[in-house]
Design a protein. Structure first.
Length: 573
């Protein structure tokens, strides 16, 4: 059957697939332990030779044969050659910069190759050649130890999720009669070849009767809508350097889990010889609930409010000098927006569509402000002591320009005061009617890192996302820790409830702009307006990519379903 031809549109995807990633026999880069691998997945847009980062998996500590719970979920298009590249790294620090970690090898293939490999998966040897241009001839590669295994599964369109919570009874044994055992479990699903594919690995809990945190997964990922599909739950006691001891396993299904939740004494685990052991697994909680999308929350009244925070520290350079990040200039009767203005407009142009008030609070930090000239780390850019709000994005930009001319750049760079201030706004709106996005534009290293970490961890339970845009060429390594994509953010042992921080270096958009239109990089030309527009689009994509998931994750954590605003909701100040 011929597909309908519609000009100026894209062909609909053939289907949506989920790709599982496993590795075997990886290189051991550590001395006193084993490698801590993480996979970084890239894709190559059609007609481009550039590799674009798609996702990063979780880190699996002390393991040379990892099965990653993070999946590659993407549209599969039969008519396209969809190129993928998977790189493996031994993670040794919280840094998001991959060059700071040991490289373990990579493999390249197409999504079509993975799909056509069937249920047993596509097995590819790892290479050490660091080139990112496709294709790479095998004879040019220095082959490394190990391989990667990729298994694809077609996903159905489901809008339900399963939440389960387990407890263990009589599990493991103390080490040397001194240290309590640490127990974790793995949940796997069976594919059509009978192979079990990992879908979740729990945290390790101490004690012979551990209680694990609740787990919420989509029905699509756990069983693809088939509630009688085989599942396996296997419990382990943590051992030295990743050598864990199996305590037994349980074969089940979603339907059996729903029946099991009423058994207070739990279900015994069996070992590989099918002999019952004393360890038991108790299902404390098991429910299936609908999944609500970002669009459903927005359509039913949730408003997104964007708050701007601008870095006025002296490291930005004297605004009167051309190399300052706060310098205002024009060429050929055109205003040339500086990096701060470009970031404000790129994000604001999109966010303002979701805020009916079109009123944006704008804060500044790290400057001496009139009339006394005292240093402030949280002042209103409007320089109006009664209100930080500006009318629409043009008003934000006008207030910023006016402020630069009246304040004196100073320092240091402190984030915590503004994070706490905006968090207090979000705290008034925990019913789901309002969601806040704090955009911090900065050029330097944070000087109050402990206070900032504490403020973010505290705010992670609120309807708030924090976006940090780094301008200039400073070292932004500390921002990776706040981003928490590699190592979850914590403060004094308390983990953030949600990942609410996204860091984007502005220079990435500038580099991309130069690659798209090199003839205008660093100079004025007639195509400047178009190129600048493209750069802002790229920046907005990077900056706002995580907002929908962060919003829906907050709603789920509070059990909020899409509904019309109620009169009892908190109001903005």
């Amino acid at each position: 059957m011929n597909r309908q031809f519609t000009p100026d549109t894209a062909v609909e995807p053939t289907t949506v697939v989920e790709v599982s990633i496993s590795c075997r026999d990886l290189l051991d880069k550590d001395i006193f332990s084993r490698s801590d691998p993480m996979a970084c997945v890239y894709y190559q847009p059609v007609g481009s030779n550039e590799w674009i980062e798609f996702l990063r998996t979780e880190i699996i500590y002390n393991n040379l044969n990892p099965d990653f719970a993070t999946k590659i979920t993407m549209d599969y298009r039969f008519e396209e050659e969809q190129l993928l590249r998977i790189e493996l790294y031994d993670i040794d620090s919280p840094s998001m910069n991959l060059s700071d970690h040991d490289f373990l090898g990579f493999s390249e293939c197409t999504l079509g190759q993975i799909v056509s490999a069937g249920f047993h998966g596509l097995q590819i040897p790892l290479s050490h050649n660091r080139s990112k241009y496709y294709p790479i001839l095998p004879k040019q590669n220095k082959m490394s130890k190990g391989c990667i295994i990729l298994i694809a599964e077609e996903l159905t369109q489901l809008k339900e999720e399963l939440t389960i919570k387990f407890e263990g009874v009589s599990m493991g044994s103390s080490v040397c009669c001194l240290f309590p055992p640490k127990i974790f479990f793995e949940l796997s699903k069976a594919n059509e070849s009978g192979k079990h594919v990992l879908i979740h690995r729990s945290e390790a809990c101490e004690g012979e009767s551990p209680t694990w945190e609740p787990v919420t997964m989509t029905m699509r990922s756990i069983c693809n809508g088939d509630k009688d599909r085989g599942l396996r739950i296997q419990c382990f006691q943590v051992g030295m350097n990743g050598y864990h001891s199996s305590l037994g396993f349980l074969h089940t299904t979603v339907n059996k889990l729903l029946e099991m939740k009423g058994q207070s004494d739990g279900v015994p685990l069996v070992n590989s010889s099918n002999v019952e052991k004393s360890a038991r697994l108790v299902l404390v909680h098991c429910t299936i609930s609908p999944i609500y999308t970002f669009m459903e929350y927005i359509k039913n009244g949730t408003q997104i409010h964007c708050c701007f925070a601008i870095d006025f520290t002296a490291s930005n350079g004297d605004p009167n000098e051309g190399n300052s990040l706060h310098h205002f200039s024009s060429q050929n009767n055109h205003t040339c927006p500086n990096p701060y203005e470009q970031a404000i407009q790129a994000v604001g142009d999109i966010i303002q569509d979701y805020d009916q008030t079109k009123q944006f609070p704008v804060y500044g930090f790290g400057a001496r402000v009139p009339p006394a000239g005292t240093v402030s780390h949280n002042f209103y850019v409007t320089l109006n002591p009664d209100s930080p709000y500006c009318d629409d994005i043009v008003g934000v930009q006008n207030a910023y320009r006016n402020c630069v001319r009246q304040i004196q750049l100073a320092g240091p760079t402190n984030f915590a005061p503004i994070v706490k201030d905006v968090a207090s706004l979000a705290k008034q709106s925990i019913t789901g009617e309002h969601y806040y996005v704090l955009l911090i534009i900065t050029d330097g290293i944070i000087n109050d890192m402990p206070d900032t970490k504490e403020a973010i961890v505290t705010a992670s339970s609120l309807p708030l996302s924090i976006i940090i845009v780094g301008v200039g060429q400073a070292n932004f390594a500390a921002m990776d820790e706040l981003d928490g994509d590699v190592v979850p953010l914590s403060f004094e042992g308390k983990l953030a409830e949600r990942d609410i921080v996204q860091f984007v270096p502005f220079r990435d958009a500038q580099t991309w702009m130069a690659s798209v239109c090199p003839e205008v990089a660093g100079k004025w030309s007639s195509s400047y307006d178009q190129t600048n527009r493209l750069a802002k689009v790229k920046l907005a994509q990077e900056v706002l990519a995580e907002i929908p998931d962060q919003l829906t994750s907050f709603m789920r954590s509070r059990g909020i379903i899409p509904a019309q605003p109620s009169t009892s909701a908190g109001k903005k100040k």
